[in-house]
Design a binder for this molecule. Structure first.
Ligand SMILES: C[C@H](O)[C@@H](O)CC(=O)C(=O)O
Ligand SMILES: [Mg+2]
Length: 436
């Protein structure tokens, strides 16, 4: 059956998370987790749902960018899109006028992610499979045909990508069964947002520990004495064997990052995340070199613009953990490129999640990474944040601190229509009350 896209909508949906300091960090002190939420409808009535994540203000700008791209989607047949997905990715990311707004970065790239996420969702639904399974079952040649290799062939050629995927075919079935049984390891960021009090932090950490969490991320970077106290509290509570990560959300200059994190080294963080500007590849390389001697790695990616920057981070040995993001990069297509490059450079992928909908989306990509690419779980885990899942029709499922593979067809980011209507900005009930 053919599926022609006949309708396209995008809405500005915002959740007032800043009221309770959920999601707060050293740079984003009042985030309202939000999304530009896309629904595409076909003449066969099958729909695709996609989103990109934002922090509140400016979501309207992303919505505007999504609308600008919608003309490239409406009227297309799904079969034509996925039959040349590389071409369609390039159509969206390289439109000869709109590429001036990026290219492949910033608002226009967030918009590309929202649109393509909806297309991938539609594809998975029409195949009756969750997205991870669609990817895992795909012929390696077809996977590679979804990737735009422009600008990365000096690091990864199409032939090398194919070779990686072919080699990982062995034992794939076994890994799939393992994931279905045990799930993919996760860590939590929910206990230690920067705006939480010590009491909150202790309580949330105790509860999480009791529910089986063993890996915790703490926000740092505003005040060194606060950081020492908070890291000390968590390290004391989780003991020496469990894992602690720290996240500065781009707060420091390079030398400041090195000295600040050195002062926190006694708490033995596995990584420091986003120590400095997400665009500063050589700065990250310098930090990696300095902190490597203390056994601390550098993680980044949630604001890494595109595959070209990831390529350079990897080439410069500037990252020890690659944090792919389902909404920052150009959807599944560009994430496939980064997952394969990370494998070639032997750097573990530990996705960024949380926000609204990011856990739902990225769980599919990390399952694909394990089953079809890396076959490795050492030092690998996917972020989990326990907010806003109740707004999704198929929320992420966590059991014993592991993501359980989604079973429903699609990419898991369909929101409950009632939640969308209530949180739509500025007319939804939640915002009307606040604005009045
Ligand atoms: C503003 C966001 O909550 C950010 O702090 C998330 C983040 O850095 C992470 O989850 O990692
Ligand atoms: Mg982070």
């Amino acid at each position: 059956m053919l599926h022609r896209i006949v309708d396209f909508s995008v809405r500005d949906v915002r959740f007032p998370t800043s009221a309770e300091q959920h999601g707060s960090d050293a740079m984003h002190t009042d985030p309202d987790y939000s999304a530009a939420y896309v629904v595409i409808t076909t003449d066969s009535k099958v729909q695709g749902f996609g989103l990109t994540f934002t922090l509140g203000k400016g979501t309207d700008i992303v919505v505007c960018a999504v609308k600008a791209l919608s003309g490239l989607v409406i009227g297309k047949f799904l079969q034509d899109i996925v039959g040349d997905f590389r071409g369609f990715y390039r159509l969206l990311s390289s439109d000869s006028q709109m590429r001036w707004l990026g290219p492949e970065k910033g608002v226009i790239h967030l918009a590309t992610a929202a649109v393509l996420n909806a297309v991938w969702d539609l594809w998975a639904r029409t195949e009756g499979k969750p997205l991870w399974k669609l990817l895992v079952d795909m012929d390696p040649k077809q996977i590679v045909s979804c990737i735009d290799f422009r600008y990365i062939t000096d690091a990864l050629t199409e032939e090398e990508a194919l070779d990686i995927l072919m080699k990982a075919q062995e034992d794939k079935q076994h890994r799939e069964e393992q994931m279905l049984k045990k799930g993919y390891p996760a860590y939590t960021t929910s206990c230690a947002w920067l705006g939480y009090t010590d009491e909150q932090l202790k309580q949330l950490c105790t509860d999480a520990f009791k529910s089986g969490w063993t890996k915790f991320k703490v926000k740092v970077g505003a005040d060194i004495e606060d950081d020492k106290r908070r890291c000390g509290l968590i390290r004391h509570m989780i003991g020496p064997q469990n894992t602690l990560m720290i996240d500065a959300n781009q707060r420091w200059d390079v030398s400041e990052a090195i000295s600040w994190v050195s002062e926190l080294s006694e708490f033995r963080p596995l990584w420091i995340e986003e120590p400095t500007s997400p665009d500063d590849i050589l700065g990250h390389a310098a930090i990696s070199k300095a902190l490597g001697t203390l056994g601390i790695g550098v993680a980044s990616g949630e604001q890494c613009q595109n595959r070209v920057m990831f390529k350079q981070f990897l080439q410069a040995a500037a990252l020890q953990f690659v944090q792919i993001d389902s909404c920052r990069l150009g959807s599944v297509n560009e994430n496939l490129a980064v997952i394969l490059m990370a494998h070639k450079f032997r750097v573990p992928v530990c996705p960024h999640a949380g926000g609204v909908g990011l856990c739902e989306l990225v769980q599919h990509l990390i399952l694909f990474d394990y089953i079809s690419v890396s076959a490795d779980l050492h030092n690998r885990m996917c972020e989990y944040v326990d907010h806003l899942h109740e707004h999704f029709t198929c929320p992420a499922i966590i059991e014993k601190a592991h993501y359980m593979p989604p079973k429903n067809p699609g990419y898991s980011c369909e929101m409950l229509e009632s939640s969308v209507v209530k949180h739509q900005y500025p007319d939804g009930e939640v915002w009307r009350k606040k604005i009045a």
